[in-house]
Design a protein around this ligand. Structure first.
Ligand code: NAD
Length: 246
């Protein structure tokens, strides 16, 4: 009998780390359901991309249950093997400037926290029966900015990622007894469109490996955390930053 196909829900698949993760995991036999704000694009040339796409804006918390319902209806046997919460926003000021406490208004706080933190808690809650049925796992994409002041990431982004690290611990504690593992990955400077001018200098001065990370290097770690090779890892946050945190 053929092995059961593993199914993942990945948010923020349209570019960057999410895009690399879809490509890598599909090449390893996974079926990936994706969530993005944009309608399906023909640029997503991977197999079955169109029927596996769900359009939603995760800032709209009232839409999370609808997304979960669509996902549920597309699972052949009610099992979801992995939920990867990768979508994230890092708003900047005029000319790409950093948004500190003084520059951040209430609407920005709410938007960033809803996308980067609250929608993730609600999605995990909504899909717990399916994750539990598969003895699946959750991977949250945090950031080096969640644990130290970063020259480009703003205050709301940093606080949301610190909150997501805490949510990861809470989920590991609460869902572990149901057989669902929850871990986080904290990227540093990865070659994507989220990077700011000045990153090259920062990499030269602060990253021991003296280079940017590639999206596929992040995707490899996500794959590891979703595979049996990490079956006893729960509640961890793995740094993917060339040693920038040391
Ligand atoms: P990116 O901006 O290229 O991708 C972010 C994805 O999230 C996009 O697909 C975007 O459409 C989606 N998204 C944003 N807001 C959304 C919303 N409201 N609803 C639905 N989808 C939404 O950035 P990336 O670098 O690939 O980032 C992926 C994750 O990695 C993010 O959580 C980011 O915070 C984190 N991260 C990235 C870096 C880096 O160096 N690139 C460093 C640390 C953390």
């Amino acid at each position: 009998m053929a092995a059961e196909q593993q199914v993942m829900l990945l948010t923020g698949a349209s570019r960057g780390i999410g895009h690399a993760t879809v490509k890598l995991l599909q090449s390893r036999g996974w079926r990936i359901l994706t969530v993005s704000r944009q309608p399906f694009s023909d640029a997503c040339a991977w197999p079955a991309a169109r029927e596996n796409h769900v359009q939603a804006d995760l800032a709209r918390l009232e839409d999370v249950e609808r997304v979960a319902e669509v996902v549920r209806s597309r699972l052949p046997d009610g099992k979801l093997h992995a939920l990867v919460n990768n979508a994230g926003i890092s708003p900047k000021g005029p000319g790409g400037t950093r948004l500190g406490v003084l520059e951040t208004d209430a609407a920005t706080w709410t938007h960033v926290l809803n996308v980067n933190l609250v929608s993730i808690a609600l999605m995990a809650r909504a899909l717990l029966p399916e994750l539990s049925a598969a003895k699946g796992c959750i991977v949250n994409v945090t950031s080096i900015a969640g644990s130290r002041v970063h020259p480009f990431a703003g205050v709301a982004y940093a606080a949301s990622k610190a909150g997501l690290a805490a949510l990861t611990r809470e989920l590991a504690h609460e869902l572990g007894p149901r057989g669902v593992r929850c871990n986080a990955i904290a990227p540093g400077e990865i070659r994507t469109s989220i990077l700011s001018p000045g990153t090259d200098e920062l990499v030269t001065q602060q990253v021991p490996l003296r280079r940017l990370g590639e999206p596929v290097e992040v995707a490899e770690t996500i794959h590891f955390l979703c595979s049996p090779a990490s079956s006893y890892i729960n509640g961890a946050e793995i740094h993917i930053n060339g040693g920038q945190h040391v």
